[in-house]
Design a protein around this ligand. Structure first.
Ligand code: AHG
Length: 334
């Protein structure tokens, strides 16, 4: 079969009526920006971009953290194309308007420019996560409140993993698809169409160091997995934790599994660790479109009515049977 490039795929999606020209352009621009972020992360120490912002590199030049650079790359790439009404990012308190000198479009873009950034200095996979919403028709100067739409209204969501290969995983609500960057020709090529996450799994991902702080239903659920063959589940489970959500979710999208960042006593006042608008919602959309499930432990993530741009929520996602069981334990305990 002939390889299908991202551009070809977007044309097919347009012809199928799944996206319009503006959304197609938006995805092309985001994908191009992510290639540049991939190049910057790939340079590592040679690019003088490791470590914290505010420090000098070996040449005595001021260093910029890679997450700041990634944010600038995405903002700059998206400013002038005419496809966006505004952007919002993990790196910025308030949404970024489109400069007056450029035309405006109908879309709102939210992103975590470099997720898992604590892993950069140790050369472990990091990624970019993004979500696309429609700007309300009557709004010309979008503010934070215009971004506060539930995940069910997302028009598109995706992530890019900067790992041994650079991969883009994308959904428009018609299945989840994976593209691998061909570094020789510089194009993303369709590598898996209509990904399916198995309903059952024997693998879970959680930061076990927080165990003593979890709520009782989480203690019960993980306790049963850890009891393995001898416990109520009657089989052994394996555990993995990369601490880059993109890498952990990509493993689940590839071979199944279940990911948890539950509430715990340390983060309870914040509502959770991960951000609803640019981490939980896009990942939930991608996982559900691949046949998986995504909840806060109590409700479907994509049905949460957002109250803040940087709101945090607990996240349970992946193989549906495990997400449902852990969610049931929490609902029963309430
Ligand atoms: P950050 O982008 O600040 O490095 O946060 C990473 C997120 C997410 O990617 C990952 O799943 C989780 O935080 C890791 O949390 P722990 O540090 O508790 O392992």
């Amino acid at each position: 079969m002939k390889p299908v490039s991202l551009i070809q795929f977007l044309i097919e999606e347009r012809r199928a009526g799944h996206i319009n020209t503006e959304l197609s352009l938006l995805i092309e621009v985001v994908a191009r920006a992510c290639k540049r972020i991939g190049v910057a992360t790939g340079k590592g120490a040679l690019g003088g971009v490791l470590g914290a912002a505010g420090t000098d590199n070996v040449q005595g030049e001021a260093q910029k953290k890679l997450d700041v650079i990634s944010n600038e790359i995405l903002l700059e790439a998206n400013a002038w194309g005419g496809h966006l009404a505004a952007c919002a990012s993990e790196e910025m308190e308030d949404p970024q308007p489109i400069p007056d000198m450029y035309p405006k479009g109908q879309h709102l873009l939210l992103f975590d420019p470099l997720d898992g950034s604590s892993n950069i200095d140790v050369n472990i996979s990091v990624g970019t996560i993004f979500s696309v919403l429609r700007c309300p028709d009557d709004v010309t100067e979008p503010k934070a409140e215009h971004f506060l739409q539930p995940g069910t209204t997302q028009l598109a969501a995706g992530y890019v993993v900067y790992g041994p290969s650079t991969l883009l995983v994308l959904t428009f609500g018609h299945g989840t698809h994976e593209f691998t960057l061909d570094r020789e020709i510089g194009s993303f090529i369709l590598s898996r169409r209509d990904i399916r996450i198995p309903e059952q799994t024997g693998e879970f991902a959680i930061n076990m160091s927080n165990q003593r702080h979890w709520e009782a239903p989480m203690q019960r659920y993980i306790g049963e997995l850890l009891a393995g063959n001898d416990g109520p589940r009657g089989r052994d489970f394996n555990m993995r934790w990369v601490a880059s959500m993109v890498a952990d979710v990509h493993r689940i999208v590839t071979r199944g599994g279940v990911f948890f960042y539950p509430l715990d006593a340390k983060i309870k006042s914040k509502g959770g660790k991960l951000r609803l608008m640019y981490e939980a919602n896009p990942m939930a959309f991608i996982v559900e479109q691949a046949g998986g499930a995504a909840t806060t432990g109590r409700e479907r993530i994509m049905e949460v009515q957002p109250t803040g741009l940087h709101q945090r929520v607990p996240v349970f996602l992946g193989s549906s049977q495990e997400v449902e069981q852990a969610t049931r334990y929490h609902r029963e305990a309430d």
